[in-house]
Design a protein. Structure first.
Length: 337
């Protein structure tokens, strides 16, 4: 049967075999699931458990996170106050449709790459997509989207396009996989680091870090910033396994692969940036002061209703005609003005 949005609606509750090469759909459905997302929901979920280990400490240091993940570090560098709203106040930041479609694609690819190389086919991916769909359909964040029938079909198709996009950039049957969705928790440069590595491959007796992305590939201006995440994963794997990966890659599904040779120099730079971020974050937590970093992104911040500085920024930019009409932050204007 050909795969399409409608085929995801098939009943996968039975335990019958799904073909000679594949495992039963029910068995695949019941495999332990690592909560992953193209927007790094895994890192966010991990950071939600941010209590310090050990004995209770003074109220000021209670704000310190237990670990620092790439997503939380990136958010802090973008805006310290936004980090506070998300990780200290734990205000809701529901993932959007694109992120959830990425979660679906990640899950399918996780299962696919766990199979023997000869079974990593498009047809097998279609079968896995049908098995995975009930997980997504029951997800509370997905239900919160309140999609109509047409919207649901488009969502399913969007997720499948991301899955199928893997074959545009590589042949998964040719990859030697060491681990998928590898939970890494280790000190990196003295910083307690935690993250989930999509794939650790083996190439010419060296580890290669691979990270899926279902969003748009960045322009050259932002490539180094995006590669910083996988370099941190490479640094963590080096600490954990005692071997330095040879390369780190961003797999923009359906588009291109952006990779970088891992060197002592670029690892040192990535670790140095992580250390600087951690030091600043701990200082803010101890002082309980989180300064806002205002700019164009305020109009897209999910916490702008809580932030006076962000609302002022949006009003000024809107008056100057510098805010896109579809920016969700524009909803604060009537209340603020």
């Amino acid at each position: 049967m050909e795969f399409g949005p409608d085929t995801l609606e098939l009943d996968v509750s039975g335990d019958g075999a799904a073909g000679e090469a594949g495992a039963p759909l029910a068995a695949l459905r019941d495999m332990p699931r690592t909560p992953v997302d193209v927007a790094e929901r895994a890192d966010l979920a991990l950071e939600d458990d941010r209590l310090l280990a050990g004995k209770p400490s003074p109220a000021a240091t209670d704000l310190r996170p237990r670990y620092l993940s790439p997503s939380s570090a990136s958010m802090y560098k973008q805006c310290a106050r936004k980090w506070k709203y998300r990780y200290v106040d734990k205000l809701a930041d529901p993932p959007g449709e694109a992120a959830l479609a990425g979660t679906f694609a990640h899950r399918v690819l996780e299962l696919l790459l766990q199979l023997p190389a000869e079974q990593r086919t498009v047809d097998e991916a279609k079968r896995l997509a049908r098995a995975v769909w009930p997980e997504t359909a029951k997800d509370l964040d997905y239900k919160a989207l309140r999609l109509d029938d047409a919207g649901e079909r488009q969502f399913r198709w969007r997720g499948w396009q991301a899955v199928e996009g893997l074959w545009t950039i590589e042949d998964p049957a040719s990859v030697t996989v060491h681990a998928t969705e590898h939970d890494v928790k280790i000190g990196v440069g003295g910083v307690p680091f935690r993250g989930i590595v999509d794939r650790i491959d083996v190439e010419k007796d060296h580890f290669v870090i691979s990270d899926y992305k279902s969003g748009r590939a960045p322009s050259m201006r932002f490539v180094d910033e995006r590669l910083a995440q996988v370099l941190l994963y490479a640094a963590a794997v080096r600490e954990l396994m005692g071997a330095t990966p040879s390369r780190a890659r961003l797999l923009y599904l359906g588009q291109s692969i952006i990779d970088i040779e891992v060197t002592d120099a670029n690892l040192a730079h990535a670790i140095g940036t992580l250390q600087t971020t951690w030091k600043s974050l701990i200082s803010d937590c101890d002082r309980q002061e989180f300064s806002p970093q205002t700019g164009p992104l305020c109009a897209w911040c999910p916490f702008v209703n809580q932030c006076d500085a962000g609302q002022v920024e949006i009003r000024q930019r809107h008056a100057a005609g510098k805010v896109r009409p579809d920016a969700p932050g524009l909803r604060v204007l009537p209340a603020a003005g």
